[in-house]
Design a protein around this ligand. Structure first.
Ligand code: NAP
Length: 294
């Protein structure tokens, strides 16, 4: 262990945990690994990792413990029996979960004398180790700063604040964005594919369009924060008329139109709430629900 390459333990060696351990090894961190099914440690041991016989031994090996298992039930199945060994160490939990689970686990770690950061991995295993890929973190800032260099070996670490629930909250929001975007792209791909345009031909055009869409998001973000949605670029009424063209084109080619129908229905609810002449950003008033999302 050296000052700039502290020892790190990785608990959980599924697809993601193995990638995390591999990135740490690649950057020269002494890395101890443990997995419920021991055979998954073999490949990493072959690359220089220390394969601990037990989770307790693994936790005891490093001041920084990264956990990445299926879910919070699995996390507690692994950590509860070794809680005493966590005292004085930092637990970085990269297991996906809800903000409430993150807050509860932070409290649990604190009660056992451990520092805690909650994290979310915004890539798939092949992207781990790339500075292009975001890793979200929340928890005490001093703890994040102390471990930033080691965390930077996994991907670009983005700190979201002291509330440990923030990483999971942003993770959920960003996954929703990803699924909506990917499904929209696939629907468009099916539409142009119905006229023999291949996905590989359509996608560069779609990606370029996303650059424009990113610009709309930036413009609309200020409107959302201000609670005012001037319809000076394109109004909800105009979007409702435009989506009819998509519904028609896709319907005529036999495509599943559930996604654009949902989008049109949402726009119509915004119109019914008085936002027909407002910008598309006003749709957030519908999405927030009757309680205003608070
Ligand atoms: P995975 O390949 O299915 O691995 C699951 C891991 O959890 C294995 O190490 C498994 O151990 C362990 N596990 C499950 N139940 C357990 C239990 N009761 N006790 C102890 N260990 C248990 O999943 P993954 O893709 O690595 O995902 C791990 C976490 O990363 C998830 O929370 C996931 O949402 C998150 N994540 C994954 C990706 C991705 O692209 N894969 C991206 C972002 C975030 P065994 O080997 O013994 O079964």
């Amino acid at each position: 262990m050296t000052a700039d390459r502290p020892a790190v333990t990785v608990l959980g060696l599924g697809s993601m945990g193995s990638a995390l351990a591999g990135a740490l090894l690649d950057r020269g961190h002494p890395t101890t690994v443990w997995n419920r099914s021991a055979h998954r440690a073999e490949a990493l041991a072959g690359r220089g990792a220390e394969a601990a016989a037990t989770a307790r031994e693994a936790v005891a090996a490093s001041p920084l413990v990264v956990a990445c298992v299926l879910d919070h039930d699995a996390l507690h199945a692994v950590l509860d029996p070794v809680a005493g060994t966590l005292a004085g160490r930092t637990l970085v939990n990269l297991t996906s979960g809800s903000p409430e689970q993150a807050r509860a686990t932070a409290e649990w770690a604190r009660s056992h004398g451990a520092d805690y950061l909650d994290g979310a991995i915004m890539t798939t295993p092949p992207g781990v180790g790339s500075p292009e890929m975001m890793f979200l973190y929340s928890g005490p800032e001093a703890v994040f700063e102390a471990h930033r260099p080691a965390l930077a070996t996994l991907g670009d670490p983005l700190y979201l604040g002291a509330d440990p629930g923030m990483a999971s909250l942003h993770d959920a929001a960003l996954l929703g964005l990803m699924w909506a975007t990917l499904t929209g792209w696939l629907h468009g791909t099916a539409l142009v594919g119905a006229e023999k345009t291949e996905a590989t031909a359509f996608t560069p055009v779609a990606v370029r369009w996303l650059t424009a869409v990113a610009g709309f998001m930036t413009t609309y973000a200020s409107q959302v924060d201000a609670g005012r949605y001037p319809g000076d670029d394109a109004t909800v009424d105009v979007q409702i008329a435009a989506i009819d063209h998509l519904l028609h084109a896709a319907g005529a080619r036999g495509l599943d139109n559930a996604l654009p129908e949902l989008l049109k229905a949402t726009m119509e609810r915004a119109k019914a709430a008085g936002h027909g002449q407002d910008s598309y950003a006003s749709v957030i008033e519908v999405l927030r629900g009757p309680s205003g999302g608070r």
